[in-house]
Every structure is written in C-alpha cells, then in structure tokens.
Design a protein. Structure first.
Lengths: 339, 132
C-alpha cells in the first residue's frame, strides 16, 4: 500500500508540474503562433527567443495589485477563480498518457489512476467549470462581467449536450467508460496500414466533438463570453493579479484536457508504430497528437472571425445536437446490422 | 491493478487537496506580495472609464433561463443514453442474448424518437430563436 501511495504521489506531482509548465508555455506558444500567423515577431525579448516570457508573466501577476471592487460580493468574488481552476486541474489525472514502462525494475502504467467511470468523471468536472464563470460574472458587480457570465453559461451548457452526444457515438463502439480500455481498443491496424482510430469510424462525432470543444473552452470563433470588442474581458473584467491569472490558467488547462480527450477518444491516445517494443515512445506519440490539436485550436483562433450570439445558439441547438443524436442512431443501427 | 477498486479514487482525493492548496496559495500570495493602495476610483466598477450608469445586476433576457431549462431536460436524456451505450456492444457480442438484441435496440430508438419530438417541439415554439 505504501509503495502504491508513493507511486501515486510521484505521478501526481509530475503530472501537476508538467500541467502548470505546459499552461505557462501555451500562453507563450499562443502569442508566438499569433505573431507568426500575423507576420510579426511576438514576444522575443525575455531570454533566448523569449522563452523566459512565461516566467516574467508569472512574477508580474504575483506582484500586481489585487483589487476587489467596492460593491462586489467579496466571498464569491474570491472563491470564483478557485472554483474555475480546481476542476480544471483535476481532470487530467484519469487520462492515459502512455502504455506501461519499466522503471527501476518496476512495471509502471502511464496513467495516474484508472477508474471505470473515467469518461463520466471528465465530463462531470468540465461541466463544473461553469460555476466559476457564473460566480465571477455575478459577484463582480459589473455589467460586462454579468453579461459575459450569462453568455458563457448558456454557451457551455448548450454545447455540452452536443459534446456528450458525440461521445456516446464512441461509447457505442467501445462499450467502456474507462479511457484505458478505449485506447486499448484502438490498437492495431486495419488492412495492415490504417490505424484503428475511432476517427475513421466516427468522423461525424469527431467534428461535433471538436466544434463543441472549441465552444467549451471559450475559444474563437465561439469566444462570445469574452468578446473584447463588446464586453471588455467578459466575466473576468474586474479581476486583476493572480485571480486573473487563475482564470487564464484554467482556460489553458481546459484546452489541454479537451485536446487530450480528443486524442484519447478519436486518435488512439498513445498508440503508434513501435510502441510495443519501445513503450517510452507512447508518451511521445501522445504529446505530439495533443500538441498538433492544440496548434489547430490556435490556428483557428487567428483565422476565423467571431460568431454572433444567435448564430452560436443556432449552430449548437439546431445543427450540432440533432446531428449528434442522428449519429448515435446511425452508429447503433449499423452496429446491429453488422453483428 | 483492479480498475473498479475504490482505492483508485484516492489519487482524485489527493489531487483535489493539492488543487485547493494551489488555488488558495495563489490567492494569498498575490494578496501578500502585491501592493495594496486602493482609491475610490480604482474600486469603481469598470465601465470604459465613464461613471457607471445604473445598477450592474439588471434584468436579463428570459432566454438564458429557458436555455438552462431545456438543457436540464436534454442532459438527463443524454445521461440515460450513456449506460445503454456502455452495455450495447456487449449485448451484440453475446450469442446467448440474441433474442434480446432487437428489443434492446428498438427501445432506445423509441426513446430517441421521443427525444427528437421534444427537440422539434422546442424548435417550433421558437425557444431556440435568439433574434426575436
């Protein structure tokens, strides 16, 4: 038991540290990608190639003045950023980021924990993030914040439906909520060359999942909650210092989680050529796949304009949701006929 | 490792505590390290530099409330689908359950039809129209 506990503690510490570093460097990557796409340089002054920029940002956040507006609901105002970041930090631990490796003569599975309701756990925690947003919007005593909070909550719950329905398409194929099982089911090849990834069986589900994930992470073209041209910064308009940083971090954490989940569900997670003989490669494959998806998210951000709110709601309710339900019907019908 | 064991939930508890510690540490740290010189102007609600007009918590469109209600309905239906989706491939693979196969499939399709009818009703009632 002690050995197991130690293993868990080490894994959690490593995952936690890597997540926080990744979040810091995603903010750097986002600005560099923005610069690259918009033909300008982006941050390149702090350290070589600007690589120390996240560190400077972090220090600056800590030393900034922490303002609580006069008429704000003080308790909720302080709790809101914590309510946003705590579920965001917790989601990643059920996602398998590699196969099994041998380290110090011990067989170690590369996932922090394995529970049989992992997918429900991830879905549940991502929906909890709406609380932080609503609390922040309401407690700030600011029109922009309230408007942003309301928009964000309506958007999150609308697209969560499509997201859940898209995932059911994958579930019908695998028959397990355990993410480790879902990855294992995608090992191997069809006809000897095409990897058995779910995206080839469920392309519609992937497109719906991807669009819904864009909306769930409040990213362009679905960034209505923080449309800077109309709402200043949306629900975190009044926030400053570390509290602002926490909202920022929780957004990037949700981005990482969404991309990891998309990788796990549709792109075979850590699977890839040579994994059986070199288990360490599995982490590399996983990171590359997640990284490419994150890059796609960033690319979209600097390519597409923002939706109008009624367009957003129309897309979510009148297109994505019916399509997702139809996808489940078609998938299960085909499964029934094939068997 | 047994995947259904309750012990596997211990890491979730650990990371929950760690996340709480991290969040409170971040709040306290910036409170201590940052300077604190509030002025009355600084503490005013931000409204693009103009004096705030009226109260911030004004009445909002009832649409948001409606969307929340429809969401609850459809989400419960989605939750109902998940256990079915988990069991369905197993039922198909098991030859001894062959006679149950069509009942298992048909009942969920019936449920899906009800779901579609519900969506259609909401649609026709104009709940999903935002620019009215």
């Amino acid at each position: 038991m002690t050995g197991l506990l130690l293993e868990w503690l080490i894994k959690i510490a490593v995952v936690f540290a890597i997540l926080l570093t990744a979040v810091a460097y995603l903010s750097y990557m986002e600005r560099r990608v923005a610069g690259w796409i918009q033909i300008r340089v982006g941050p390149n002054r702090v350290g070589p190639l600007g690589l120390l920029q996240p560190l400077a940002d972090g220090l600056k956040f800590i030393f900034k003045e922490d303002i609580v507006p006069l008429k704000a609901n003080k308790l909720l105002y302080i709790v809101a950023p914590a309510a946003a970041i705590i579920p965001a930090l917790m989601t990643f631990i059920v996602i398998p980021y590699g196969s099994e490796v041998v380290l110090f003569g011990k067989q170690i599975a590369l996932h922090v924990t394995r529970i049989n309701v992992a997918l429900l756990y991830v879905l549940g925690l991502t929906s909890l993030s709406v609380y932080g947003i609503v609390l922040a919007g309401w407690s700030s005593n600011n029109k922009y914040s309230l408007m942003g909070g309301l928009r964000a909550s309506a958007q999150l719950i609308s697209y969560e439906l499509a997201l859940g329905m898209a995932i059911i398409g994958v579930l019908v194929l695998t028959g397990s909520l355990d993410l480790v099982n879902i990855v294992e089911a995608q090992r191997g090849y069809w006809f000897g060359f095409l990897p058995k990834w779910n995206i080839f069986l469920q392309p519609v589900a992937f497109v719906i999942f991807f669009l819904a994930a864009l909306a769930e992470t409040n990213r362009v073209p679905f960034d209505l909650p923080e449309a800077e041209a109309e709402l200043v910064a949306g629900y975190f308009t009044e926030y400053s210092s570390m509290k602002f940083a926490m909202f920022f971090m929780s957004e990037y954490l949700n981005l990482i989680t969404s991309c990891s989940l998309a990788t796990t569900l549709f792109f075979g997670g850590w699977t890839g050529p040579g994994v059986n003989s070199y288990p360490w490669l599995s982490i590399v494959y996983f990171v590359i796949k997640v990284f490419l998806l994150i890059f796609l998210f960033m690319w979209i951000r600097f390519t597409f304009p923002r939706f109008r709110y009624d367009q957003l709601m129309r897309l979510g309710w009148k297109f994505l949701l019916p399509t997702a339900i139809a996808n489940v019907v078609v998938t299960s019908t085909v499964l029934l006929l094939v068997n | 490792m047994d995947q259904s064991g309750i012990a596997n939930y211990i890491p979730i508890l650990i990371i929950f505590l760690l996340a709480i510690i991290f969040a409170s540490a971040a709040i306290v740290l910036s409170r201590l390290a940052g300077r604190n010189r509030p002025t009355s102007v600084k503490l005013m609600p931000y409204e693009c530099g103009v004096e705030p007009v009226g109260a911030a918590r004004e009445r909002q469109s009832v649409k948001f409330y409606l969307v929340a209600m429809i969401f609850l309905l459809f989400d419960i239906e989605a939750v109902f689908l998940i256990p079915w989706a988990v069991v369905f491939p197993g039922v198909l693979r098991d030859p001894s359950l062959r006679h149950l196969r069509f009942i298992f499939y048909g009942e969920m399709m019936l449920f899906m039809v009800v779901l579609f009818v519900g969506l259609f009703y909401v649609w026709r009632k104009g709940v999903l129209e935002w620019n009215r």
